[in-house]
Design a protein around this ligand. Structure first.
Ligand code: PEP
Ligand code: MN
Length: 339
């Protein structure tokens, strides 16, 4: 349920409304816009006397929210969410580019990639230290050692870092070394893990599950937010369809649907969506044209020898070209690209 307050309601009026709701054991989430203030209410609504609420001198309208996700819902929070990750901002005025290898493979290799992506204009460095591989015999990641290399690369280049976490143990380690946590597609509905990152002190990139509907995805975000972490970005990374010519099917319409239903920033990952490096640049341009708040792109200094996802990893030259060609699209989207 949301309460739209009357225009010009002062702090004392907002506190009055909040106190009346909270004394019945429900939670409130106040969103102050430039024009009106909205109070989102979560909890057992049967405890509230709706007629009395409507009679409040501070409340203009009482609206019910039919969707099961509330905190992630745009009705609860009409302004787009933005938040800082180290020195960079994820959110409406900025175009975030997270680039780097699929997996952290060595300190020197990561530093080489970090320097190159920074030079080309990336705002964040990505790199997996815990790799959820299809086969248990494939490279599984360097774990804490990889996290340490991410920290070194961040200290040297100034780039903010992001790393996937696959367990509560990984969350505990990652918060010591990186600036943002990633929940991968395979764990989008791992509710215990979502609750863990909901309690973590870092922002979270929540990737879309391979077969998840947008509603399920937003409910996964709700799991994180309901634990107290409001800093979530969603990442469209392709879904499974009957089509097999690309690794997944990039659902660019999801960017538009999400912008209608949620205030959370949206990142697009054309690398995992297609599995084909030549498709990464055109789909990056298309994602920005569709209103995405950022991109996640895999880049490697020697893709042929990459320990994972080589075929979709861009060379440094291809990444530089992508960034150059993106510039007019970023400008047209009314954003800037700030480190
Ligand atoms: C990744 O970004 O490293 C990754 C494994 O992606 P996804 O979870 O989207 O498959
Ligand atoms: Mn990968």
């Amino acid at each position: 349920m949301i309460l739209v307050l009357k225009r010009g309601t002062k702090e004392s009026g907002i506190s009055n409304v909040v106190a009346n709701i909270e004394k019945e054991g429900l939670q409130t989430h106040v969103s102050k816009g430039t024009e009106v203030t909205i109070v989102g209410v979560v909890g057992d609504k049967s405890r509230l006397d709706i007629d009395r609420l409507k009679a409040s001198p501070y409340i203009d309208r009482v609206l019910s929210v039919t969707e099961s996700y509330k905190l992630a819902n745009k009705k609860f929070h009409p302004e787009p969410t933005s938040f800082a990750v180290k020195g960079t901002q994820i959110g409406p005025d900025n175009l975030t580019v997270m680039a780097g290898p699929c997996a952290v493979e060595s300190e020197e290799g990561l530093l080489t990639i970090a320097r190159a992506v920074k030079e080309a204009g990336a705002t964040m460095l990505r790199g997996g230290a815990y790799k959820p591989r299809t086969s248990p015999y494939s490279f599984q990641g360097l774990e804490e050692e990889g996290l340490k290399y991410l920290k070194t690369a961040s200290e040297e280049t100034g780039l903010a870092t992001i790393c996937e976490v696959t367990s509560a143990h990984a969350v505990e380690a990652a918060v010591k070394y990186v600036d943002m946590l990633q929940i991968g597609a395979r764990n989008m509905q791992n509710f215990e893990l979502l609750k863990e990152v909901g309690k973590a002190p870092l922002p979270v990139l929540l990737k879309r599950g391979m077969a998840a509907t947008i509603d399920e995805w937003l409910n996964a975000a709700e799991y994180i937010m309901s634990e107290g972490n409001p800093h979530i970005a969603l990442c469209e990374r392709g879904i499974r369809t009957f089509e097999t010519s690309t690794r997944n099917t990039l659902d660019l319409a999801a960017v538009l649907v999400l912008k209608e239903h949620t205030h959370l920033p949206v990142i697009v990952d054309p690398s995992h969506a297609t599995g084909v490096r030549d498709f990464v640049k055109p789909l990056s341009l298309a994602a920005v044209a569709c209103g995405a708040d950022g991109l996640m792109i895999e880049v490697h200094n020697n893709p042929e020898c990459a320990l994972s996802d080589g075929p979709q990893s861009l060379t440094f030259e291809q990444f530089e070209e992508t960034m150059r060609d993106l510039a007019p699209y970023i400008a047209l989207s009314g954003r800037e690209q700030k480190a």
